[in-house]
Design a protein around this ligand. Structure first.
Ligand code: FAD
Ligand code: SIN
Length: 550
């Protein structure tokens, strides 16, 4: 690490679309350290298949329509000002990514304009994509730009442990009216096991999602809710954590359910694939007029009901009608991955089940990405802007992540760095810890927590299961925290600790929402209740509800 003793202008935590986009612009304003707890490209961004929702000029689409679809899917909780701002920014996102070198799939008849795909909840074709590996194309392009930028120091396999605030100043007692300030983070060098202090004028949380809290998830192993847990511990407000979105269709492979689930993009249904149960019956007509392209919560719940009723392990997607040439060209990644599992999707049905996919809640930010904590910004999946409400519209997240990274920078450019001095913060102190060689506790709790969340806080919830889940997570938390305090820090314990925080925030939020809305479906309160047309907010001092609706 080159800059350990200096104060850097920006500390960017995370190297997905949000962190990389921010870092590239920040590098025009000052020195950036970009840390990532694994390989740079390991994150949800690289796995994104479907694409980026955008209303492009000279199409028969409109911003109003994209905004309306986002609101309708968000089930009454979207924040209008942020939805409008981001939807209107979308054409610039596509233009800027194209300028960076992302080669979006073009229409055959018109080489200049991108081809537009369709996904659930959209009333028009407006998904801009690169075949079925949009995220990989975006991530690789941004990484090569970051790597060639001399103002960005990249630290791979460095993991943020906790944010630095006044809480770390020895003998400092924060007064109730005082703003919490962020001065950077304690960061673990995963290779050496050493913890460094990185002081920064501005710190950006871009740590992605928290799907790994669930046993079955599309998310990569890095998505353990670290940013949300760190911000919560530092005193920021966290919103709407009950809204974990389940993707309806991931590949079902017998015996491999505990591995990361391989996504079968909604774009496959967008191109005409239909869902069948094991009896060969097309079941979506029973559930929604938009059939297979209904919003995700509806499709995921329909599959859940079909599976519970029949006792079958999976349902099936049928895209065979589209023909071999089309399928191989449009979905090369999906075709190849299924083929590895001996499924030829041009000739056979694809076995699918739902899995945890995207957390709509997160660290509360304003329209410029500012958190409650001074000099701490958040963008990407870890942040809660109000864009997604109670359910995210497909392909609105890469859009939100890129746009918000830009808005954070715009705000910093306008406000400047301020003239506050960074106080003396002690080095990380691990005296008194010893390796008790009891790491089995971590493995055990990791499995228990993920199983518990899947079984008790899944697609369909009940108050009694949530209460049990809450009690169990509390008990696990005590064990995990005790382990954390006594042992040297390692990636696994830090992740598990953060997962326990995220799970606790999710369960408490779900218990407090006594209605069903969007992705949160609870059998005790099956109807939507207008008294809950507001956000669930948790901070360390407690839980409350707040409305941003006009
Ligand atoms: P990520 O890309 O997940 O990056 C997070 C980064 O933070 C990683 O580099 C990680 O290593 C790092 N990190 C985490 N914790 C720490 C820590 N403590 N210290 C240091 N580094 C840390 N959205 C769409 O809009 N369209 C799609 O087609 C689409 N398809 C998807 C397909 C899949 C399979 C998945 C999983 C998601 C998909 N999404 C899609 C959602 C979208 O990809 C994500 O919401 C988005 O990529 C998140 O970007 P991000 O930058 O916030 O986080
Ligand atoms: C998909 O391709 O189905 C994922 C799109 C998304 O999560 O937005």
């Amino acid at each position: 690490m080159k800059s350990s003793q200096n104060i850097v202008d920006f500390l960017v935590i995370g190297s997905g679309i949000a962190g990389l986009t921010f870092a590239l612009d920040a590098a025009k304003l000052g020195k950036v350290i970009l840390i990532s707890k694994s390989a740079l490209d390991e994150g949800s961004t690289s796995l994104a298949q479907g694409g980026i929702a955008a209303v492009l000029p000279e199409t028969n689409d409109s911003f109003e329509s994209h905004i309306r679809d986002t609101f309708r899917t968000g089930a009454g909780l979207c924040k209008p000002s942020i939805v409008e701002k981001i939807v209107q920014y979308a054409p610039k996102v596509i233009a800027q990514l194209s300028e960076f070198g992302v080669n979006f799939t073009r229409r055959e008849s018109n080489e200049k304009d991108p081809q537009l795909g369709r996904e659930g909840g959209h009333s028009k074709n407006r998904i801009v994509y690169v075949a079925d590996y949009t995220g990989r194309a975006v991530e690789d392009t941004l990484i090569s730009a970051v790597k060639s930028n001399p103002n960005i120091e990249i630290l791979e396999n460095y993991m943020a442990v906790d944010l630095l605030t006044q809480h770390h100043i020895p003998n400092y007692s924060l007064r109730p009216w005082e703003n919490i300030e962020c001065y950077g983070a304690y960061v673990l060098d995963i290779g050496s096991g050493e913890v460094h202090k990185i002081l920064a004028r501005k710190t950006i949380l871009a740590t992605g999602g928290s799907g790994v809290v669930y046993l079955h998830t599309t998310n990569p192993s890095v998505s353990t809710g670290d940013g949300i847990a760190m911000a919560y511990r530092a005193g920021a407000r966290i919103a709407n954590m009950e809204f974990m979105q389940f993707h309806p269709t991931v590949l079902y492979v017998q015996g491999e359910q505990n591995k990361r689930a391989f996504l079968i993009s909604e774009a496959v249904r967008g191109e005409g694939a239909i869902l069948l149960n094991a009896a060969g019956e097309r079941f979506m007509p029973k559930y929604h007029k938009m059939l297979e392209l209904a919003p995700r919560d509806i499709v995921a719940r329909a599959i859940d009901i079909e599976l519970k009723k029949s006792g079958d392990p999976c349902v099936y997607l049928d895209i065979r009608d589209k023909g071999t040439d089309f399928i191989e060209k449009r979905f090369p990644n999906i075709y190849e991955n299924c083929f590895k599992h001996k499924i030829d999707i041009t000739k056979e049905l694809i076995p699918v089940v739902p899995a945890a996919h995207y957390i709509c809640g997160g660290v509360m930010v304003d329209e410029w990405g500012r958190t409650d904590i001074e000099n701490l910004y958040a963008c990407g999946e870890t942040a809660h802007t109000g864009m997604h409400g109670a359910n995210r519209l497909a392909s609105n997240s890469l859009l939100e992540a890129f746009s918000m990274a830009k808005f954070c920078i715009e705000n910093i450019e306008r406000e400047g760095f301020g003239d506050k001095k960074i106080p003396d913060i002690p080095e990380w102190d691990d005296s008194g810890v010893f390796n008790g060689n009891e790491w089995v506790i971590i493995r055990h709790n990791y499995q228990m927590l993920r199983t518990l969340m899947w079984d008790y806080m899944g697609i369909v919830r009940s108050l009694s299961r949530l209460k049990r889940a809450h009690a169990r997570v509390q008990a696990m938390w005590v064990e995990i925290d005790d382990f954390y305090r006594k042992n040297p820090v390692r990636r696994k314990i830090l992740e598990l600790r953060n997962m326990a925080y995220a799970a606790d925030l999710m369960i408490r939020s779900a218990m407090s929402r006594r209605e069903s809305r969007g992705i949160h479906y609870i059998v005790d309160f099956p109807e939507t209740d207008t008294r809950y047309a507001n956000d669930t907010i948790i901070r360390s001092s407690g839980i409350y509800r707040e409305s941003h609706l006009p």
